[in-house]
Design a protein. Structure first.
Lengths: 299, 144
């Protein structure tokens, strides 16, 4: 059973305002039947230190990834995960997390692979909820397991593989990593662990738009006009474009995927989750270095 | 093969004795036990070394006293409990050890305490970085 969207006028200009809820809205609707709050963080213990009352924890490493292959969990395991956490197929899910909803957006994107229809982000994430002094608890309320259907993962609509990127040249690519990763000076984020790419640089023709540019000072998303200035005027995206976004392992680009799809209304946006850790180690794929996008390879 | 110092062995055994979800709780307890930096370092951030292998900001500083006993100090923000937990395990596990004992701690100790599944191997790398940098500082500071 879905819950009515947050009518907040601040979201009205976005293409899909029903994909966001404000902290005020969530505080008012906590505990409502059909609403499940999910916390997804970079730090695996942050939920345990305190979370929004009733929130369910879903961890990007230990819950959403396959433990052996580099891939996401399959339909049967996704059904077991959500059903086991008491989430029904027709529930409204609101996801929030640390670091400007970085991992929350990643979880939302994975939920989208399985076509969970009503999944939203808490605008401002954990930091805004905390800054406003709203309720936190360390209690983990037991949730009864429910039936969640086994749905086959859709790897075509919002997900791109390396072969898709190779076939995509001539259409827009967005690199959401830091400028140093884009230029090839480094292969991982400043102060983050090396995740193993053998070469530095970016996919030729990709525009550099670091993901956090979409976020305002208080952790909420910037306005439609500001986002248009960044992605349309700045990166040159136009209505009807087919876009692929990538980063290092596909997490930061999930955030950009959310902005382009749900806030700006681009219908054909895919996240290349193999991202630089695959591309930068793959044999015979084109790479551009430096701060310029570079030219599409001639084949 | 050298024998793992007793405190580190106890910590490892405590983790391994627990089922997976409880291991996170124990790590959380460690994170709460990370001592505050001594005031003399709190006022001198330039003495602290950032551990870049960790995803959250964590800084360490090692002292070697006249008896060649190692003192590890670490600080990480409250919103990074996993990193605090890793640091706290090392602060407690290395407490009172000599230079030689610290340098003998195997580099793969973080992989042996039963957290790779509960925390993920990628995150455990942060603890390996902490241990490696601690040993390097010990080496530098005991060389004189």
């Amino acid at each position: 059973m879905a819950v009515a969207p947050d009518p907040n006028p601040a979201f009205a200009a976005f293409a899909h305002p029903e994909r966001l809820v404000s902290t005020e809205w969530l505080a008012e609707h906590l505990g409502e039947p059909g609403l499940v709050v999910v916390e997804s963080d970079e730090d695996v213990l942050l939920y345990e230190t305190g979370h929004i009352p009733g929130a369910v924890k879903i961890d990007w490493h230990t819950d959403l990834n396959d433990p052996v292959e580099r891939d996401y969990l399959d339909g049967a395991r996704f059904a077991a995960l959500l059903g086991g956490r008491g989430i029904r197929r027709d529930d409204t899910i609101v996801i929030y997390g640390d670091k400007n909803n970085w991992w929350a957006a990643y979880a939302l994107w994975v939920f989208t692979l399985f076509g969970h229809e009503d999944v939203r982000l808490l605008d401002g994430g954990r930091a805004k909820w905390e800054a406003e002094g709203r309720a936190y608890t360390t209690d983990v309320a037991p949730r009864e397991s429910v039936e969640y259907p086994v749905v086959e993962r859709d790897d075509a609509t919002v997900r791109a593989f390396k072969e898709d990127v190779l076939a995509h040249f001539g259409r827009p690519l967005i690199d959401v990593r830091s400028p140093e990763e884009y230029s090839g000076e480094r292969t991982h984020m400043p102060s983050y662990p090396e995740e193993g790419a053998l070469r530095g640089g970016h996919i030729p023709t990709a525009q550099s738009v670091p993901w956090a540019r979409a976020v305002a000072e208080d952790g909420t998303f910037k306005s439609k006009a500001e986002l248009d200035a960044i992605y349309r005027d700045g990166a040159g995206l136009r209505d009807g474009d087919s876009v692929i976004a990538y980063c290092r392992i596909g997490e930061r680009s999930s955030h950009t995927w959310f902005v382009l799809s749900h806030l700006l209304g681009f219908d054909n946006v895919r996240n290349y989750d193999g991202s630089w850790t695959e591309w930068g180690s793959a044999v015979r794929v084109p790479i551009a270095t430096g701060s310029e996008p570079g030219d599409a390879p001639t084949r | 093969m050298s024998v793992l110092p007793e405190a580190l062995a106890t910590i490892r055994d405590d983790f391994l004795a627990l089922p997976q979800p409880d291991r996170l709780q124990l790590l959380l307890e460690f994170s709460r036990e990370l001592p505050e930096l001594p005031a003399r370092y709190a006022d001198h951030p330039e003495l602290l070394e950032r551990v870049v292998e960790c995803q959250s900001p964590v800084f360490i500083f090692v002292e070697v006293d006249d008896d060649r006993i190692v003192h590890l100090h670490a600080t990480a923000p409250q919103e990074s409990p996993t990193t605090r937990g890793f640091a706290s395990i090392l602060v407690q596990g290395l407490a009172g050890l000599t230079v030689e004992q610290v340098l003998d701690v195997p580099a793969d100790y973080p992989l042996t305490i039963g957290l790779t599944e509960a925390v993920s191997p990628l995150r455990i790398r942060g603890m390996s970085g902490l241990l490696g940098r601690t040993q390097r500082q010990v080496r530098e500071k005991s060389a004189a």
